[in-house]
Design a protein around this ligand. Sequence first.
Ligand SMILES: [Zn+2]
Length: 379
Amino acid sequence: MRVLFFLLFTSNFLFSQDSAYVRDVIKELTTKKYFGRGYTKNGLKKASDYLVKECKRNGAKPLFGLNYEQPYQHPVNTYPNKMDVAINGKKLIPGRDFIVKPSSGSVKACFNFTKKDSVTYFAENNSVKCKIVLQKKLTYSVGTKLQLNECEVQLLKSRFTDEIKTAKVNVEAKFIPEFNTNNVGAIIEGENNDSVLIFTAHYDHLGGMGKNCYFPGANDNASGTAFVLNLMKHYAKNKPKYKTVFIFFSSEEAGLIGSKYFVENSPFPLSSVKFLINLDLLGTGDDGIMAVNGAILENQFNLLEKINAENKFVKEIKKRGKASNSDHYWFTEKGVPAFFIYTLGGVSFYHDIDDVEKTLPLTKYKEVFQLITTFVNEL
Ligand SMILES: [Zn+2]
């Protein structure tokens, strides 16, 4: 009995430590300090510094020669300052009442609207254009192109029952042609170092909109980032079967830019990669998980299903074909066998200010972690 108790205590203790670590990482990355891990207030760089610190602490070696960072540049449109919109004389809350279309330029003007249809309004003032679109849900993204002299304001429909008549808009856009950012990568040697196993997650999110509103991105993708850090911590203590690489991409939300740069500038031949697992949106799991490329990589998918059936980790593993919906995509295009795993069910906040740590359940975190570590061990 004592032994049994001890074992139970030990395994729960070990896992609870990992859970606590994952929670801590998600909490940290979603604080205002990182400002949505984007393009204003140095948020993305601060997140990168944090990840480098964690890689060092976990004892993983740098992937890019002496560096954990792989720098590159890309254009991006940002809103570092003014984000003031008033509709029919009432001042609105950024992120809550409205978002701007991420390609909108700087606009400071008053507008009188003409209704085009039940959800669209147009106005023009001294050749400056403004468009209003009413939407059921506000879903933000990142713009890499700037449209001058035009502003599109998207309003949350449920908060605007009256006709839209006037708007006072003061939005300051700052287009950065060469924004400096970097991927972060680390490596842990394995038993057999001829083959490489890769775990990836994007650490960026949408950044902010104005001085106070930011998108925390707890599920997208502080959860996947924490998952990969947890894997790193695990393999630092338990030597992996193969050489294991951990990559945190930046600028996924801006169009899979970091992962594209990586595959074009990989520090090792991609032909040596045995398998890659990309983790993005790992915060739920009530309805199981999805394996993108599961419909193409039959053998690997069967192995994943077999392990799950034996251990009953998650309710269901769904599969789909090729999809350019996250960072695994460019690897797939280069012929690297890869799964993109995301959890299904549970909370549905997505690309909005409500994707916060507090309501992120991490329902099947432990089970998905066990499923993936067992899977790569049997590859
Ligand atoms: Zn994502």
